[in-house]
Each structure stands twice: as structure tokens, then as C-alpha cells.
Design a protein around this ligand. Structure first.
Ligand SMILES: [Zn+2]
Length: 172
């Protein structure tokens, strides 16, 4: 398994001078280190996880976001057992995000399994970029925490998300 820190560091839990310097300069975060050390423990016992490439780990409002290669996220989408194994190891809910994804695909995967009907990027007069997303289902039935999705989009890609539901729109 590849992680943002050396695999020796991830296994020992102690950072080498090079990784320590990265942490000090901010190119590496404490969350990256935590995700790497926790996941490497699973990788030893799990062939699938051992093939993963962890790009980044970030804690967002009580959940953990793991940024992985698209192929890794595909494996996880088809393997619920693997997902719960990782969530158990991390000790909290985990969101899996593809590193190579476009902003549109990134947003779609956060809303999964909700269907995203449209994604529009636009600029406000104050020069803030906003991203408006229209979702097919009604908010009440959503199995996805919309507030969390907005926070993750902001934390991982600096995307300001405006979410609308198609059914709600019709009522107006
Ligand atoms: Zn290192």
C-alpha cells in the first residue's frame, strides 16, 4: 500500500526526518499521518487494501475523508465488507473520494447513491465561485447527509455547494 508517508513510518508510527519536515511545512497533515498508520495495519492482512494508494486523509466535522485512486474507489463501491472494515479501523464514518476525478465527478460521488441531475458552476458578483447541484430525490428521503457533503466539498476541493432537490423545486 502506498501512503503520503513512507511505509516504514506508517508501520512504525514514527516519522522519518523527511516526512517530519513535510509535516512542518504543511504539505503533509496530522490527518494524513493518522490515515496512513491506521490503514497500513489493515493492508498487512488484506490483499485488496494492500494494493491501494492513499493520497490524502482529512477529518471533516467528525467524519474521515480518504482520497484514493479511482480504481481503489471502484473496488470499495463493490465491496461493502471492505468499507465497514476500514470504517471500523478508522473508528468513524469514512467517505471515499477519487483523486483523479473532475469536480463534477467528485460531487457526484459524494452524493452517491443519490442521482445528480445537473451541476452548474457560476460566479457571484462578489467574485465567489458557486456550484449549484440539482438532485433527483426529495430531501426527506435522502440517505445522504447533505450538510456533510457541503462541508467535505469545501474542505477537499474548496467548492461552495448549493443543493436543490427537483421535487422541492416543483412545489414552489
Ligand atoms: Zn518518511
Amino acid at each position: 500500500m502506498k501512503t503520503p508517508i513512507c511505509s516504514f513510518d506508517a508501520k512504525s508510527g514514527v516519522l522519518c526526518r523527511k516526512c517530519e519536515a513535510k509535516l512542518k511545512s504543511g504539505s503533509l497533515t496530522q490527518d494524513d499521518v493518522e490515515a496512513a498508520t491506521k490503514l497500513i495495519g489493515l493492508a498487512d492482512r488484506d490483499q485488496e487494501i494492500n494494493k491501494f494508494t492513499l493520497v490524502r486523509g482529512t477529518r471533516v466535522h467528525g467524519d474521515f475523508v480518504l482520497v484514493l485512486r479511482s480504481s481503489d474507489v471502484s473496488v470499495l463501491r463493490g465491496n461493502k465488507e471492505l468499507v465497514s472494515k476500514i470504517e471500523k479501523q478508522m473508528g468513524q464514518k469514512v467517505w471515499f473520494v477519487e483523486t483523479e476525478a473532475s469536480d463534477r465527478r467528485f460531487i457526484e460521488s459524494l452524493f452517491h447513491p443519490l442521482k445528480v441531475l445537473s451541476v452548474n458552476f457560476f460566479w457571484l458578483p462578489e467574485a465567489n465561485k458557486l456550484t449549484k447541484v440539482i438532485i433527483a430525490e426529495d430531501a426527506q428521503n435522502a440517505p445522504v447527509n447533505i450538510d456533510k457533503v457541503q462541508k467535505i466539498a469545501k474542505a477537499i476541493r474548496n467548492i461552495e455547494l448549493l443543493v436543490e432537490f427537483k421535487n422541492n423545486q416543483k412545489r414552489i
